[in-house]
Every structure is written in structure tokens, then in C-alpha cells.
Design a protein around this ligand. Sequence first.
Ligand SMILES: [Ca+2]
Ligand SMILES: [Ca+2]
Ligand SMILES: [Ca+2]
Length: 473
Amino acid sequence: MNAHWDQYEHDFPILAGCGDLFTTWGTGSIPHTTILDACGVVLANWIGWTTEFGPQMQAVVEQYLNPSPLVVAGVDLLDESDGDGIVEPGESASLDILLHDLCTEYCGEVSAHLVSELEWLTVSQPTGSYPDFTPGDIYPGSVPFELLVDVTAPPVFDIELSLEVTVGENVWTLAVPFSGGERQVYYTCQVAAEEPDWVMEAAPGWTGQWHISQLDYSSPDYSWHCGAVTNNDYAAHLDSRLVSPPLVLLPHSLLQIQHRISAEVSTVFPDSAYDGGVVEISLNGGDSWNQLTPLAGYNKTFRWESGGGSPATHPFPGGTPCFSGEFDWREDLFDLGLLADQIVWFRFRFGSDNGGGDGGWFVDDITLLGYDEEQSVDNQPGHLPTDPRLTAVYPNPFNGTTRLDLNLWQADKVSLVIHDLLGRQVAVPFTGFLPAGQHSFNFDADGLATGIYFALLQVDGHSVDQRKLMLVK
Ligand SMILES: [Ca+2]
Ligand SMILES: [Ca+2]
Ligand SMILES: [Ca+2]
């Protein structure tokens, strides 16, 4: 077996026993390295240049000198502190690591030890034993591995832990992917002097009073206000609706609003509202609406008479929970986690009976937070990018144009293709021959509807990577 350098020679020990080892300068002076087996089959490709080149390269080569008979088939997150499915800074997590027997022989006496070299991540239960494997078997460990993620963890992380797997007398180190972090803001409306994407309207036969106000706000200089411009005299017979533009929800989304209200409640039954506001959501462009319930609940309930008369009372079914009475600026959160990847519209709806009243409803800083593993930041020291891939999409979600970055380890015929959710090709930002290195392309979504799209990186006719794009108009 040979290892040799082509064009460029570097000063770390060449390891005997592997196939051929090639390294060359790519365009832009990015070195790339290819490991071939004795038959010339590509085992690994690696593009990059760091001061850790030698040790990293050695790790790559060693991996192919003596491959582990077991590989990590997956990681199942069993539990984490608050049960929302995201391992956030400050939380603990338990997980199963699934091992898969790829070898042609039986593997017995298997044990594993999970190691973290990160200061902010502690493995509190690091050991597990595995059943005996026959080829093709996939098993979790005997007991879950337990981790503690410190509050000093990065806001979003996507790392690899080391699993030292012992099979009989032999030990291999396998990479275990692990990601988590906090929800990130991906949409916010802080309310400007004009908000052309938002619609203010009234139900037929009712009055509308939403407007953009400078009277009060959570963030300067404006907020949405349903009421009179004077802050003390909203109109009677309101069924006033403020409708958001279409928005695409990331996984684990929360809707966050800042608001204050001053609306009439019964003096005899102060939990019973004559006038008040609710938050609604539509999944079909406004054909139908469902009320959203804040995590902390609504504070009042509409009284048990509604509609009718000229109309005589508020427009909501009696008993509908609502915001009413009096409270100053506060935050409310709505959990949208079950609606990931859907296009939604929000509606802020304020109703009054046949008498007007106080200040009405101020709403500001309408914000969506979400957590998407695909958007997590690569935080792995010494990460080895060995495959051609889409490395970034920015911005995403986007309105109009976004930029796609890709990384090639060798010159090749490349296509960058955009598909919609139904798999139809809607755009081809690039197709042609590219040299090795990093490349960026702009994708202009002019003429496409709001929604989810996929960018596919195809190399030599094969799809090798994809990224989800969210177009929000
Ligand atoms: Ca959590
Ligand atoms: Ca504001
Ligand atoms: Ca009233």
C-alpha cells in the first residue's frame, strides 16, 4: 500500500497501510485531499486548510486504516428538561445511541463510553453496554446516555461527541452528532409608520378601528392600536381585524407579542367581558380561522350573549376566552410547534358591544421564534468537511433574493436546482462546470409564491445535498 502526495507535500507522517493519498491545490489555493483504496475507489475527500491540517489529516487516514465494524446509525433524544424537543442551554438530556453492525462477522462484548471535550457539555452518564451483534443488527445501549448542557453553551450548536466503542480487545472512536440551542427570532414586526404587508379590515356590517399609532408602544415609535386615536374612546360594534402577511413557520415556533389592553368587562361579573381581543390563525389564506390560546391563558371570557340586535352585543360566541379588562404592556406567547413548515396568517381581532369604551388594544413587536436543526451553526472544532455540500443559505427565510453557498472538493459538473414541495423544478440558479472551492449563487424568487422550496446540489448528476428555503412575501 502507498501513500503519496501529488503536487504538494506536507510535513506530517505519511501513514502506511492505506491506499493512495493525493493532495492538490484547488483554484483559490484551497488544498484538497483524496484517499483512494487499492482499487482506486474514493474513500474520502477533504477540502480545507487549517493549522490543524496534520493531526486532522492523520485522523482521516486512520479512520480508513482500520474501520470500525460498528457505526453510529442514529441518535434518539429520549427526554430533555422541559419536554419541548430541543436541548437548550441549561438543560439535561438523555439519549440512545444506536449502533449498527456493518461487518461480516459477529461482534460480542461491546461497550461504549461517551466523551465530551467541550467545557459547556458534561456527560453525566457516559457508559453503556450493547447486546451481541450479528451482521445487520442495530441496537441502542443498555441504558441511555445522559448529558448536561451548561448555560454557557452557544445559542445554537451542532457538534460531534466522541463515542469510544470497545469490541472485545479493540477500541474505535466514533463521531456522534448532537445539536440543540435556543429558538431564534426569524420574523418580527416592530411596527413602522407604514406596514403595507398587513391588512386592517372589519367584518361586514361591523366597524374597524385598527390603525398604526404613536400614542403608545412597546418599541418606538409605533404600535398597532385598535381604538380611537385618543386612547380613551374605542367605537361600538367593532369586529376589527388586523391580518398578518403569510408567514412560514419553522419547527418549534412560538408567536410572541407585546400588548396592553383597556376594554369593558361586566361590573357585576368582572371575569365576563363585553369587549375584548383574541388572536387567531389561518392555514388557508383566511378562508377559515382558529383561535390561538396563549401559554398563560386568556384573562377573561366573553359574556354569554353575542351578535343579534343591530347588533346589540360583541361579535364573538358567548364563552369565548379573550384578553379584556385592564393590563399594561406585557408579553404573551403562543406555541405553534405542531405547525412546522406550514404557511400561516395571524389575525388580531377586537370586538365591542353596542357601547364603546376605553383605550382598546395596543399590540407591538409581533415576533416568531423557532428552532431548526438545519440552520444550526457548525461548532465542531476540527470538523472535516469531506463531501460537496451546500454550506449556507442566507437569508432564510427570505423575501426576494437569497444567496446559496456551496463547497466543492474537486472540479466537477454541478447543478443547483430549486424544487417546490411537490418536487417540481422551479428554477436552476446554476448549471455548469465549477472548479474546486467555495462558490456563491444568488437565487431570485421573482414570480414564485410564498412557501417552502428545496435547493438541491447535484454533482455529476447525483443529488448530494439539499437545503430547505422559506420564501415569505
Ligand atoms: Ca428543551
Ligand atoms: Ca413598535
Ligand atoms: Ca362596550
